[in-house]
Design a protein around this ligand. Sequence first.
Ligand SMILES: Nc1ncnc2c1ncn2[C@@H]1O[C@H](COP(=O)(O)OP(=O)(O)OP(=O)(O)O)[C@@H](O)[C@H]1O
Ligand SMILES: [Mg+2]
Length: 395
Amino acid sequence: MDEKAFRQFFKEKSVFKSASSLDMSYVPDKLYCREEAIKNLVFNFRRILEEDFSSINVLILGKGGVGKTCTARYFGRNFRTIALEKDVSVFIEYYNCINFRSKSKIIRELLAKYTHGSGRGFSDDEALKLILKQLIREKGYMLLIIDEVHLLRSDEILAFLDIAETYGHQNAKLSIILISRNRDWMTVETERILSRLNEKIKLKPYNYEESKQILEYRSELAFKEYVIDDDILNMVSQIVADHENMRHGIEILRKSGLYTDRENLDSISADIIRAASNDVYPTFRGEIVDQLNDQELLALFGIARSLINKDEPFTLVDDAFEEYQIISETYSVEPHVKMSFRKYIRTLNQLKIIASKTVRIEEAERGRHLEITLLDIPALKLEEFLIEIFNKKFS
Ligand SMILES: Nc1ncnc2c1ncn2[C@@H]1O[C@H](COP(=O)(O)OP(=O)(O)OP(=O)(O)O)[C@@H](O)[C@H]1O
Ligand SMILES: [Mg+2]
């Protein structure tokens, strides 16, 4: 291909008005169907604009794809604007524990941001004190949003919720929103954590009408006029309502748009939606896999390969380890020892990318072994996804 041909691709027409508005991290200007939740958040947090010494802890709960992240970020953004009008500067800090897997990591990051230091050499406690001092100096207030909070340990969550108690209400110009899926939350909840929460907000999945309203708005943002018609939107709304997952709908819109562009078509048809829908695994979260380190990715690749080879629903650690070693060599990466490999398996398990369980068997040497299965996506699809990532990383 020469440059001219390459350039030509950029000139080809597109159904998108704004493809990026369908990105996972995009927070739309309007939030439909979450009035109750937003009202609840406003009523809880508005007093921090009026009273000097208040610190509020709220938890947002709900299944995957019900808009927890989107609602919290929308609230944060608008709360900040309203606060500014009242001459209060609220700093919204959003951390996803997929990327920051411990309390220390989050605090370190905050310290670096607020005091411009590296944060090294400080204990969590010292670091927090510095951050809180800085907030007072700047006459600011921090709203800390911690997403996927179940990835922290219970005592770490408690420490966050206890900041006002520990450092004194007059010193802690900070409030917290925690976010978690229902089931995940159950694994970390304790009596003491519960007693520190001012409110638990539960989000229900969107029904058909709500899904339709949201999808109509999102496709208006994303696509040019006449690209997607009402019947097609009804179809996607039904899929979203059936799966109780809005992410599924957004992903279908995104994939359908890309396909339509690739095929040089003008509008999205029912067939395109069907194909896109089959290609979307709503509970599989590519963004998590994208964040894994090289060794964890290679371990996951090993698991996928050995599942494909075996053609059974589960594989064993030893088999996956063998594949992992082969793949590492293919990508010229020095494979780690089995003990490390087991550690990666534990991480993948904790991130809910795989499930693993120890099974007792009579014939086995030591009487038990570890079975591994994939959650949310077929092994072949995962392999495709991983190859894409590896091509980016190692080419
Ligand atoms: N009320 C809404 N209006 C517009 N878009 C929405 C709304 N609710 C959800 N979405 C969109 O649906 C997708 C999924 O929402 P979100 O990521 O907030 O779900 P979640 O509850 O955090 O799911 P998970 O537990 O999997 O993280 C996002 O692309 C989000 O922008
Ligand atoms: Mg989320």
